[in-house]
Design a protein around this ligand. Structure first.
Ligand code: GTQ
Length: 355
């Protein structure tokens, strides 16, 4: 079938666009690039690294002398990707923050629709309470605060305590479904003993009666020691993927999928001298090394940037930007991403190699 022709000249078209533009509520699709062939136009985030030891730590300590967590609600520095003009997002779909609590302080109880994770950077003696159960946090531990669960943080030890917050705020925001509620008191009541959920669901067993019907993992605290030991055993057994080294995902043991419905999280081990192959994925990924030094080589072929990493740095790899990791010493990296969200929506894809 042949297309019919129109006689309109450019001036007539421009006049039409001007008239449509005046309506303010209509625009011609064909003058915009709404669905480009590749993600680049949509991905404003840039690959970027934030330095904990030499930059963020001191700034947060300074904030400690300026405001309490009670007044601030949370004493957090947002990690603002340079591609977003100050909008507090680390990647298109993800938020990251760095939080500090001092001995005796209280980050008051609240709940919200965004799902949150904590990844512990430094300190001893702080705890977080999720759904009435307290849990003491250690560096390298992974903790989830699922959507609409009451949570508060406290610190009974010595010295400042730091962790990274990872939230799906931009995902919730794109649906508009943002809700927040403060608990009437600073502390939500303790309704379960510490260790209760790990005893019920964290020993490769589950309660015989009753069933777990929430969309997130019933385990909310994943200690570093256990995850690290598992990676070490697999490394010793020679299990090395060319793209990942040894990489394990934190799961919801009742379903086998990601620990929360929207955010995936991983821990990975790269032996000294190991270089991953170049990899590209639609996933938006935030990395934070726990141990070891190395570099990430990130960017389109011919325009790659080399960024050195060390423990407690936080670096962001945007959707569809090729990257590879190199370990100068044995390196253990935590990461979180929007993989599970994209997979549920049928969007996730990856390319292994420089395609
Ligand atoms: O600890 O609940 O970094 O609600 C941002 C929003 C932390 C928290 C953040 C939050 C929290």
């Amino acid at each position: 079938m042949s297309d019919t022709t129109v006689q309109a000249n450019q001036a007539e078209r421009e006049a039409y666009y001007a008239r449509v533009g005046k309506t303010e509520h209509l625009s011609p699709l064909w003058t915009t690039t709404l669905v480009p062939p590749l993600p680049h136009l949509y991905v404003k985030a840039q690959p970027h690294l934030w330095d904990f030891d030499n930059e963020m730590r001191a700034l947060l300590l300074e904030a400690g002398g300026l405001i309490t967590p009670k007044e601030a609600n949370r004493r957090v520095l947002n990690l603002v990707n340079p591609g977003f003009n100050g909008q507090p997002k680390i990647l298109e779909s993800l938020y990251a923050g760095l939080q500090m609590i001092l001995p005796g302080e209280c980050a008051p109880a609240h709940k919200h629709t965004p799902s949150a994770l904590r990844f512990i950077m430094e300190g001893k003696g702080a705890w977080t309470a999720v759904s009435g159960e307290r849990s003491f946090m250690e560096p390298g531990d992974f903790i989830i605060t699922p959507s609409m669960t009451w949570h508060d943080h406290g610190h009974d030890g010595d010295g400042p305590f730091f962790w990274m917050d990872g939230l799906d705020i931009p995902i919730v925001g794109c649906f508009g479904a943002m809700f927040f509620e403060a608990y009437p008191q600073d502390r939500a009541p303790q309704t379960r003993e510490p260790g209760d959920s790990n005893a019920r669901y964290g020993a490769n067993m589950r309660p015989v009666t009753g069933s777990w019907d929430k969309p997130e993992s019933p385990i909310f605290h994943y200690p570093y020691s256990r995850s690290r030991e598992a990676l070490e055993t697999l490394r010793k057994n020679g299990e090395l993927d060319p793209y990942d080294g040894v990489k394990l995902e934190y799961i919801d043991p009742t379903r086998g999928g990601a620990a929360m419905p929207t955010i995936s999280a991983f821990l990975q081990l790269l032996p000294k001298g190991f270089r991953t192959e170049t990899y590209r994925t639609t996933e938006n990924i935030v990395f934070s090394p726990v141990e070891g030094i190395g570099k990430i080589v990130v960017g389109e072929p011919g325009a790659e940037k080399e960024i050195a990493f060390k423990p407690r740095d936080i670096f962001a790899v945007p959707c569809w930007v090729p990257f590879r990791l190199e370990a100068d010493s044995e390196a253990c990296l935590f990461s979180y991403s929007d993989r599970v969200s994209q997979q549920k929506l049928g969007l996730w894809r990856d390319v292994r190699g420089n395609a």
